[in-house]
Design a protein around this ligand. Structure first.
Ligand code: NAD
Ligand code: DAU
Length: 350
């Protein structure tokens, strides 16, 4: 009987991962530790909250004493660590919040795992879910590989790079059994509408401007969130101790093109004339230090673990739009209150 601690399980990717694990592995006890920041939302997990192999724990990974006590009580044998501050724009205005959660929070978890597993590390695993942004920015050609040198460019990516380094340092120094994956941009249901796609879906719905940073020529590699969850499942169960796995969809899009496609899909779904939503596109001041292009080479996880994405991009995007249109209450709840003041501040000088 495995006791798996998933951190950040009330967030976007974490909630899909928790759902996958409790359903696929009924003999595991799955614990979801989440501080329920602005990005954490138990509404994401309402359908499974009473599942018998699922326990929610509200708590902060920055609180070392609390984390130590939690490990002492439950004696988890595995950790899948997703809890983080995840938005690049917020890292530009408040870098220290990213240092605290992403770096210090991660080290607190590593220390607790090290202590708990000191006598026997067999069948234990510390899995750090990380990002392709640690590799920096690409030019027109090439892909990020697992051995690409780290070159983080934003406070967010610097904090994730730092936590990756700590995880590997604990493997080297204390022989902690670790695994790391670095994934490209996720999209899908339950993503907080500060990120490009859900922000544009919400704005199209309300006929508000669609803010495109700079010229919209920056490129991201998009992966459906449930495909990320299945990739994490593969790495967790089959990945080699100490190894890194890049996860991506071989699915590069310029920001302006992906937003135009989204506009066309939504015009059809909302019964609007073709071209209506594209008129909302508004070019605004660029993000400071904006990385130009990310592209993941996901050959290793395919060749070694047999994982490939299940969805075609257009299908995934349609599913995503349908989900946001069908879940109006979710969207209204997360965009009320603090969201509006964040939004107004973020886009006021654009
Ligand atoms: P998210 O912002 O939607 O969710 C983060 C979750 O962590 C929230 O539920 C939040 O409440 C929780 N959390 C934040 N600070 C905490 C703290 N101090 N203690 C406990 N819980 C805390 O993020 P996401 O997009 O789901 O990303 C999850 C992980 O995956 C992150 O580590 C991120 O770096 C990584 N990642 C994200 C993407 C992406 O495209 N979204 C891609 C690659 C990797
Ligand atoms: O690559 C993986 C990363 O992808 C994850 O590690 C991060 O947690 C996740 O937030 C995401 O980072 P990005 O910065 O790429 O995602 P975001 O949705 O914020 O932006 C995507 C692109 O769209 C980026 O080039 C910036 C641009 N953008 C974003 C917003 C919010 C705009 O043009 N306008 C906007 O309003």
């Amino acid at each position: 009987m495995k006791k798996v601690l998933i951190t950040g399980g009330a967030g976007f990717i974490g909630s899909h991962l928790v759902r996958l694990f409790i359903r696929k592995y009924p003999d595991y006890s799955v614990y979801n530790l989440d501080a329920l920041t602005y990005a954490g939302n138990l509404e994401n997990l309402m359908d499974i909250q009473d599942h018998e192999n699922y326990t929610f724990i509200k708590g902060n990974i920055c609180d070392a004493a609390f984390i130590d006590a939690l490990f002492a009580e439950h004696k988890f044998d595995s950790v899948i660590h997703l809890a983080a501050e995840s938005h690049v724009d917020r890292s530009i205005t408040d870098p220290l919040a990213f240092v605290n959660t992403n770096v210090i929070g991660t080290v607190n978890l590593l220390n607790a795992a090290k202590k708990t597993w000191a006598d026997n590390m067999d069948d234990c695993r510390f899995y750090h879910v990380s990002t392709d942004e640690v590799y920096g920015s690409l030019g027109d050609e090439g892909f990020f590989l697992e051995d690409t040198s780290y070159d983080p460019q934003s406070p967010y990516s610097a904090s994730k790079a730092s936590s990756d380094h700590f995880v590997r340092a604990y493997a080297n120094t204390y022989k902690l059994p670790v695994v790391v994956s670095n994934c490209s941009n996720n999209y899908g249901p339950n993503q907080f509408p500060e990120k490009l796609l859900p922000l544009c879906i919400n704005n199209i719905k309300h006929s508000k401007p669609l803010p495109i940073y700079g010229k919209g020529e920056n490129i991201r590699d998009w992966l459906y969130v449930i495909d990320h969850a299945t990739a994490i499942d593969s790495v967790f169960h089959q990945g080699k101790n100490g190894d890194t796995y890049n996860i991506g969809g071989f699915n590069e899009w310029k920001n302006i093109d992906i937003v135009r496609l989204l506009c066309d899909i939504m015009d059809k779904k909302l019964g609007r004339d073709e071209g209506t939503s594209q008129k909302l596109i508004t070019f605004v001041k660029d993000r400071a230090g904006h990385d130009m292009r990310y592209a993941i080479d996901a050959s290793k996880i395919k060749d070694e673990l047999g994982w490939i994405p299940s969805l075609q991009f257009e299908e995934g995007l349609e599913n995503t739009v349908d989900w946001y249109l069908e879940n109006e209450v979710w969207l209204e709840n997360v965009t009320s209150g603090a969201y509006q003041s964040y939004y107004d501040k973020q886009y006021s000088n654009s």
